[in-house]
Design a protein around this ligand. Structure first.
Ligand SMILES: C=C(O[C@@H]1C=C(C(=O)O)C=C[C@H]1O)C(=O)O
Length: 326
């Protein structure tokens, strides 16, 4: 089962079992896991989705690895700051999985995933939103960060540098500006190697629910033979990992105990005219009696552990506030 909706889209899609082509492809952060949905993209109504009554059955091994408190997460942030200083990094992105017991929300009602997906779509109109279940794995998520959008006819390519987070009513400081800049520089440097006619926008605010980010848009021309190599090089951007990648990947391994799975990976969706690559953030994996909500943030030398904890709590509300029980 797979349902999704494009950013700003009004229609919902699923895939049939007719074609041998892979049309929708979930790639894990470390690229080691993939979940593919083959078939033609077909429209599905909200009514049909609302009737979805899939109940996740599986359990996760070693769930204790995901039980971060403000205290344990603050220690991870301090460890990240030490790692940043020791390796002279500009930023490192760390994350956690937040366990949400269904009984903490409702004692007598059951989680309605289809309805949750529809409510999530309503509240995040600019996001690519999805819900899938395959081989016992069940995920829902959606965010508006685009790793790539490619027009197969015109070779036009779009991407963005999106980073730094604040509640809507707070003003940007040097800390956030210094956090987004390495992402912009990195994306630009990769585009210079694989694209031509590159144009770069000014930095602008990017609102997502209860928080805002900084965003720079890029437009370029990419020849078909360069597209996959460009994506390979772009992912993971410093928005979800840090720079340089290998040092940051190593830092993430040392500091985060749990595996990121599909969180901060990407979703490739191919249509007749376009190929999209959406960054998989604000997402959660669903189990029998709980969900794991994945959230993180960019750490710099100037990070305050308390603020970083609050940032992850705010990010987790994207999924948490849209779970429907009936
Ligand atoms: C890592 C996440 O988000 C990314 C990191 C951000 C940050 O460091 O401020 C902001 C937006 C995303 O690019 C997340 O949502 O978990």
């Amino acid at each position: 089962m797979l349902y999704f909706r494009f950013p700003e889209g009004e229609k919902f899609y699923t895939t049939d079992d007719d074609a041998s082509e892979v049309n929708v492809n979930f790639v894990s952060f470390d690229r080691k896991k993939e979940i593919d949905f083959k078939g033609n993209l077909i429209e599905i109504s909200a009514e049909e989705i609302a009737e979805e009554d899939y109940v996740p059955k599986s359990k996760k091994e070693r769930i204790e690895l995901y039980k971060d408190t403000e205290d344990t997460y603050s220690r991870k942030v301090l460890q990240a700051i030490d790692y940043i200083k020791a390796n002279q990094l500009k930023k490192l992105v760390i994350s956690r999985g937040k366990i949400l017991m269904y009984t903490d929300i409702s004692h007598d009602k059951k989680l309605a995933l289809g309805k949750s997906f529809l409510q999530f779509c309503d509240n995040y109109p600019t996001a690519f939103c999805y819900l899938f279940e395959k081989d016992g794995q069940c995920w829902m998520g959606g965010f508006s960060e685009v790793l790539g959008k490619y027009n197969k006819k015109t070779n036009a390519f779009e991407t963005m540098s999106l980073a730094a987070t604040l509640p809507l009513d707070e003003a940007w400081t040097d800390k956030e500006i210094e956090e987004q800049k390495p992402v912009t520089d990195y994306v630009h440097s990769v585009l210079k190697r694989f694209a031509v006619d590159i144009s770069v926008s000014k930095v602008q605010d990017h609102i997502s629910g209860n928080i805002k980010h900084l965003r720079t848009d890029f437009k370029a021309t990419v020849y078909p033979q360069d597209l996959e190599n460009l994506i390979k090089e772009l992912h993971p951007t410093p928005a979800v990992c840090g720079f340089p990648k290998d040092v940051c990947m190593q830092g993430i391994k040392i500091i985060e105990f749990n595996s990121r799975e599909f969180y901060s990976g990407f979703i490739k969706v191919e249509t007749e005219e376009e190929i999209y690559y959406f960054v998989n953030l604000r997402c959660a994996e669903f189990f029998k009696s709980y969900a794991i909500l994945y959230v993180g943030g960019g750490i710099t030398e100037k990070s305050d552990p308390k603020k970083e904890w609050t940032e992850t709590e705010l990010k987790s509300l994207a999924i948490q506030n849209n779970l429907v029980f009936d």
